[in-house]
Design a protein around this ligand. Structure first.
Ligand code: ADP
Ligand code: MG
Ligand code: ZN
Length: 507
């Protein structure tokens, strides 16, 4: 309809021009009008046509959110304030005005807010804290006012008697007042507080503010006072069960091959957020498309994990010598990893990806929160394995181990700070930096020796196997374990055959 009208208008203007009427002033007027309109739209004074909110509204509900059982339950409980308003009002309970969702990015906070709108049958409007920050004083406050007005408007338009205002990244405007020189932030925050204080249970439509942040610690205490963000709900990275649940949700409408083992993928993706898992499933499907496959196989998922973790494969072409060195280095990590914790290697690859020339992916043990000293020591052994393998094979080292050393010294530092070093219990603030450094260096030197002892028996075999890895580029964990088992067997049988050799020599 709109296109049709524009078409007719253009035709009419051309017609006027053809019959000799000067159309220039009229055209100029239209252009100015259009410019003003777009400017206003960008400043959100006018809701853009076919606004984002309506597009997003095909109902996200709590079933679309994986894991987060605890957060979901808490949120639903809080939302019953909206669902059973009459009851709440008759008991004279102060309404719940704000809910703060805290947690790392990509864990589903935005999803939760949308699901909350569906659950309570509310209108939903959203904005991000950074949208309120402008160079000009007063604009932020104005936008806050508009946001709440927009919430009430769309509730009325959709015939609902409540609205949810979602403010993402609230820390941008909700940081401690006076902490920055910028007066603008303070005005914006004040306006938000004013809006929240003005909200009443008797009002219709009723408004509930849900805000999200990953920095709850820097929020102005005024925001957290009763009657403002009364409830804080933690939305954490998913545990293994949660990851499995999210993977199930994200693969529901994807054709999976028979061999796909989501539990295995969940185990391997320790530390992934919901958003990363979503991206993982998407990448796996893209790889399938690229490979002209109609089903997504486990191998595609494996590549997708690498991609999400390390970035896209780069076009870099290391020289053959470099490739061989990378293979030796990675095998060093891998052997160390298997010797410390059997079945811990998921796979090894020397295809350059992101910033890395190669890497070994480990299967995390369990989702642990505590580590013993022995576990930390073992992690250092694995980290040093690459460089030690290089020195065993080449008698020298390369720059490739920089990250490994950084990681190893970080772990050693943790040991010292947690009272696990030979220094015993230490107080962080009373520990001079140079003494800490010395202790860290002592730990690393000792464990480097241990790593050497772990890897030395495999040095010869490793030299050969690395050539094979250069050709295949990547090796599966189980394949690698077969090789390692053979090596161990040979090592032990050679010790048995030694006396026989001695005897032959004696003869
Ligand atoms: P946040 O707001 O915490 O940064 P989002 O809610 O924006 O995270 O999540 C981004 C995307 O990641 C979602 O659109 C969804 O596809 C996926 N996602 C994140 N968390 C989950 C979850 N718990 N369950 C299912 N999908 C999730
Ligand atoms: Mg978000
Ligand atoms: Zn390394």
């Amino acid at each position: 309809m709109r296109d049709w009208l524009i078409g007719v208008a253009v035709a009419f203007v051309i017609f006027l021009a053809v019959i000799g009427i000067n159309v220039l002033p009229a055209l100029l007027l239209v252009a100015v009008g259009f410019a003003v309109y777009t400017l206003l739209e960008r400043r959100q004074m006018i809701a853009p046509t076919g606004s984002k909110e309506t597009a997003m509204r095909h109902a996200v509900n709590f079933d679309h959110i994986g894991g987060q059982e605890h957060a979901k339950r808490e949120l639903m409980e809080a939302l019953d304030f909206l669902r059973y308003r009459e009851k709440i009002r008759s008991l004279g309970i102060r309404p719940l005005k704000g809910i703060l969702l805290t947690g790392p990015p990509g864990t589903g906070k935005t999803l939760m807010a949308k699901a909350a709108a569906t659950y309570t049958d509310s209108a939903f409007v959203s904005a991000s804290g950074s949208e309120f920050v402008e160079m000009y004083v007063g604009v932020g406050a104005q936008r806050v006012r508009d946001l709440f007005r927009r919430a009430r408007q769309s509730a009325r338009k959709e015939g609902k008697d409540s609205a949810i205002v979602f403010i993402d990244e609230i820390d941008v405007v909700g940081g401690k007042r006076g902490a920055h020189s910028h007066q603008e932030y303070d005005q914006t925050l004040n306006q938000l507080l004013t809006e929240m204080d003005g909200m009443q249970t008797t009002q219709s439509p009723m408004v509930l503010v849900i805000a999200a942040t990953n920095r709850a610690d820097i929020l102005d205490s005024a925001l957290l006072r009763p009657g403002r963000f009364d409830r804080q709900i933690r939305v954490d990275l998913p545990d293994r069960e949660g990851r499995l649940h999210i993977l199930r949700i994200q693969t529901k409408d994807k054709p999976l091959a028979q061999d796909v083992d989501l539990e295995h993928i969940a185990r391997e993706t320790y530390g992934f957020s919901g958003a990363q898992l979503e991206s993982l499933c998407n990448e796996a499907a893209i790889i399938a498309l690229r490979e002209n496959s109609t089903r997504i196989t486990q191998a595609y998922f494996r590549d997708a994990v690498d991609k999400v973790l390390m970035g896209e494969k780069t076009g870099r072409h290391p020289t053959d010598e470099e490739l061989y060195r990378v293979a030796v280095h990675e095998l060093g990590h891998a052997i160390a990893s298997e010797m410390m914790r059997p079945h811990s290697v998921s796979h090894i690859t020397i295809a350059p990806r992101g910033n890395a020339l190669g890497f070994v992916r480990q299967i995390p043990e369990t989702d642990g929160y505590l580590y013993t000293k022995e576990q930390l020591d073992q992690q250092i052994v694995v980290a040093l394995g690459g460089a030690v393998a290089e020195s065993l094979v080449f008698n020298n080292r390369s720059t490739g181990a920089q990250n490994d050393f950084l990681q190893a010294s970080r772990i050693a530092r943790t040991e010292v700070m947690c009272g696990l070093s030979r220094m015993g219990i230490v107080a962080e603030e009373h520990l001079p930096e140079n003494i800490l450094d010395e202790e860290v260096r002592f730990i690393l030197a000792e464990i480097e020796q241990r790593t050497r002892e772990v890897l030395a028996p495999f040095a010869k075999a490793l030299e050969e196997y690395a050539k094979y890895v250069v050709v295949t580029e990547s090796i599966d964990g189980s394949q690698f374990r077969e090789w390692l088992a053979q090596c161990k067997e040979q090592a032990s049988s050679s010790t048995i055959t030694t006396p026989v050799l001695d005897m032959t020599l004696a003869n």
